[in-house]
Write a protein that binds this ligand. Sequence first.
Ligand code: UD1
Ligand code: UDP
Length: 382
Amino acid sequence: MKIAIVLGTRPEIIKMVSIIEEINSRGDELLLIHTGQHYDHEMSDQFFEELELPAPNYNIGVGSGSHGKQTGKMMEKIEEVLIKEHPDIVLVQGDTNAVLAGALVASKLYIPVGHVEAGLRSYDITMPEEINRKAADVCSKYYFVPTEKSAINLSIEGIPRKNIFIAGNTVVDACFRNLKIAKKRFEDNEHEKSSKLSELLQLDNILTLTMHRAENVDNKERLMNIISALTELKDLNIVFPIHPRTKKTMEEFGLYDKLANLDHMHLIKPLGYLDFLLLMSKSLIILTDSGGLQEEAITLNIPALTLRYNTERPETVTMGGNILVGANKDLIIETANKILNDTDFYNKMSLAKNPYGDGSSGKQIVDIIEKSYEKGDCILKS
Ligand code: UD1
Ligand code: UDP
């Protein structure tokens, strides 16, 4: 069978790896379509190289732009490719503009859509990602949801239960497999040991920070609140691989140099997945507004503090591994210090159970797709 995958950003690449590997190992035909939404080497190519992914069959090269422009360009090109290539199914992952574009176009061509990581809801319609994931779920046929909670979200919206498959999250596949590789590579490689990252990994009390959400980094007041908190967390070594969007707005607001000059702040460029997994695994705390990091933190048993007021990953909070601190300066400082100074509190958070499965999500998903195909379910009607 011919399986098309549409992806375009860092997290989609990482979370599609185990599915791509399953497709290739079974001899199915893979059609990989990269939208080009992320185009810097550090945001895209380095993951293809390091994770040994095949080069995309098509790179649409949409680049940056407004939501309408980006999504529109993606739709036009994805449609051309799908009409030419006739895949049996189109897979999209998560909640980016590629997911919206891919799901809309494929469903209108009567190509079944499989949404990986379906059913997540923040119920915050001001987030572009919430619109993308809801719209993609309207267009999908197969819903690969990570947890029972996401299955319930879809059932409430009227999605038939027979189309919903609880398969865990492919981020666990990526984490488990690559952390082992990352540790071995680090131990074996003398060059790595003299690198900047290796110096950082020797530090005590590391807090890994990432942020890139529009509601944090494009809003000066919120960004300043977060930065004020960081400024005061001097007992932690804050390692901040900085997303290009965040670097750009911090420079525009005149905040970048102020932060970079602090002794306990370590601003670095975005890391490859292997180095980033090592960094997370050596961290005491993960402070983030990323979706993927909330999942990876609980998978790696690291307490997470999330710089948001809601999350579409509520399981991480109810399990006890994640606390929503918003952009509230006092709450960020108080909670980070509590993790640093209160061992019982730290232990409780780090022992939270991972709700996202056992690392076999890619296999489960491709099994389901193949079975449906054998039954004659995935058929291009026109
Ligand atoms: C996108 C996704 C978001 C996801 C994130 C993962 C949408 C709506 N947003 O957000 O859900 O969590 O990716 O990281 O799909 N830029 C570069 N180089 C790049 C890419 C971006 O410099 O390779 C800069 C540009 O200035 C661009 C800005 O970052 O305007 C934002 O990029 P964009 O792709 O629009 O959104 P992200 O914030 O990356
Ligand atoms: N990540 C990485 N290098 C970095 C920062 C993040 O490899 O410097 C990985 C991280 O481990 C996770 C994914 O990128 O798997 C998350 O991407 P991002 O936060 O950009 O997107 P989101 O998950 O919020 O959609």
